[in-house]
Design a protein around this ligand. Structure first.
Ligand code: GLU
Length: 457
């Protein structure tokens, strides 16, 4: 059986870290098994759905390397929902309701006051034909509910949570269609999962009770169908929270667009989210194949997964330190070749910082003030520098070593006293890339000028 998963965002905003995680895990679940990962745009809410967000979702998934193997959108599938609705209605599984929002709210309060669960009391099922006709004559158009079968417990084996059991009598018959004919989430999603041949539904645990309801919808639709459709398997992952608790408050900074703008590597996001909340260690893994090999729902924990930006920064830096020049060349400042990248790379948290460090090579650098003693030392350095052999590449690698050894011998300086004034004179900074790698990149002329300038003060 080919595994088919789907990611089903509503295009009402940009993807954020929680959505990305769901998309990634669905992608992994499919790819690990050589299956298909589908994108479904859940745009039945016409007021809130926007085309720009559909485009952004596609582009964000592409950037993350999670391009889909197929795409559907719910606004194109309305005929299928109508057909399913008709089927369910014929089977006695949907019924019209006439309560207003205020009436429902009042009923809820009364039930809560009596210590009962605030579920729908099925009042509309008690109406006779004449009463329904009277409501409609008054101009009240019904909304529609799916009638749960109270016969047996709803149970499934959840891929993450294990055995699950719900008493349908403790659940509200869900509203599936509004009075204006528009659809709520519940039925279209089940209809599409069947039509798209989705074998595994993996989503957040906020959907667990929806699954209970949808299992009955799947059952009713499958029973009425031609026998080809199959009930998917379900898994619900623990929610993602921020360091201080719920994510939602700060979602702006945790949007895919913000991650992109801040210059994070998509692979850092993938490596982190692939394992966050699992029993596997979060590691800077650049190779997706390696992540896929260890991906296993059985490693997913039940406790909320904690997203910490500092962890993303750490993974990002570690990945950048592994990246080849070829992988980043088009994002580097002009002239920064493989040797340049190699020298600068260990200092970067983000690839985008390369330009800042590259300025230490190309200049201008910050001019430092030196004490008299250090100026004298730097004058000595100018002399020693003049004796360095710059011609051959194999010797260039040794330049810094030779240079500092000569100075050590001639001045008696060592450690920080020996190195720091040179670094400050040559780069304008107290710390930075390895000087052995940097000096040949700065080059003879520039390096001499910088030393002379520093010695003159
Ligand atoms: N559009 C739904 C959501 O965003 C999809 C849920 C599902 O995966 O079924 O929550």
């Amino acid at each position: 059986m080919t595994i088919v998963t789907r990611f089903a965002p509503s295009p009402t905003g940009r993807l954020h870290v929680g959505n990305i995680r769901t998309a990634l895990h669905n992608w992994m679940l499919a790819k690990q098994a050589g299956g298909r990962f589908l994108l479904r745009i859940d745009d039945t809410d016409a007021d809130r759905s926007r085309e720009e967000f559909v485009d952004a979702i596609r582009s964000d998934l592409g950037w993350l390397g999670l391009a889909s193997d197929g795409e559907e959108r719910q606004s194109d599938r309305l005929a299928g929902y109508q057909a399913a609705f008709d089927t369910l209605r014929e089977a006695g599984r949907v019924y019209p309701c006439y309560e207003t929002q205020q009436e429902l709210e009042l009923k809820r309060k009364i039930r809560l006051g009596r210590g009962l669960p605030p579920i729908y009391d099925r009042g509309a099922l008690e109406l006779g034909d004449a009463e329904r006709a009277a409501k409609e004559a008054e101009g009240i158009t019904p909304h529609w509910r799916f009638k749960l079968d109270h016969g047996e417990a709803i149970s499934w084996h959840d891929g993450i949570r294990g055995p699950q059991k719900f008493d349908p009598a403790q659940l509200s018959d869900p509203v599936i269609r509004r009075a204006d004919g528009s659809w709520l989430y519940m039925l279209p999603s089940a209809v599409d999962d069947l039509a798209m041949g989705v074998t595994n539904v993996l989503r957040g645990e906020d959907h667990v009770s929806n699954t209970a309801v949808q299992i009955q919808m799947f059952g009713a639709l499958i029973a009425a169908g031609d026998g080809a459709a199959q009930m998917p398997r379900f898994a619900h992952e623990a929610l993602l929270v921020g360091k201080e608790g719920k994510l939602s408050k700060r979602l702006g900074s945790l949007g895919c667009d913000a991650f992109r703008e801040r210059g994070f590597e998509p692979q850092a996001i993938v490596a982190l989210l692939a394992r966050l909340g699992t029993s596997l260690p979060v590691e800077p893994i650049a190779d997706r194949g390696a992540l896929l090999e260890t991906f296993d729902l059985a490693t997913f924990g039940r406790a909320p997964a904690k997203f910490d930006e500092a962890e993303l920064e750490r993974i990002n830096a570690a990945l950048v330190h592994q990246m080849d020049h070829a992988a980043v060349a088009d994002r580097l400042p002009a002239g920064m070749d493989a040797a340049g990248w190699h020298a600068i790379r260990p200092n970067l948290a983000l690839v985008g910082e390369a330009a800042e460090w590259w300025r230490l090579v190309t200049g201008p650098i910050e001019r430092r003030e030196f004490a008299d003693e250090d100026r004298a030392y730097l004058a000595e350095a100018v002399r020693a520098f003049g004796q360095l052999e710059w011609r051959h590449d194999d010797i260039r690698a040794e330049l810094w070593k030779t240079f500092t050894q000569v100075l050590k011998r001639e001045t008696g300086r060592k450690g920080k006293q020996l190195f720091l004034p040179l670094r400050q004179a040559l780069t304008g900074m107290d710390h930075g890339p390895d000087m052995g790698e940097l000096l040949p990149l700065i080059g003879e002329t520039r390096a001499r000028e910088r030393l002379e300038q520093a010695a003159q003060g």
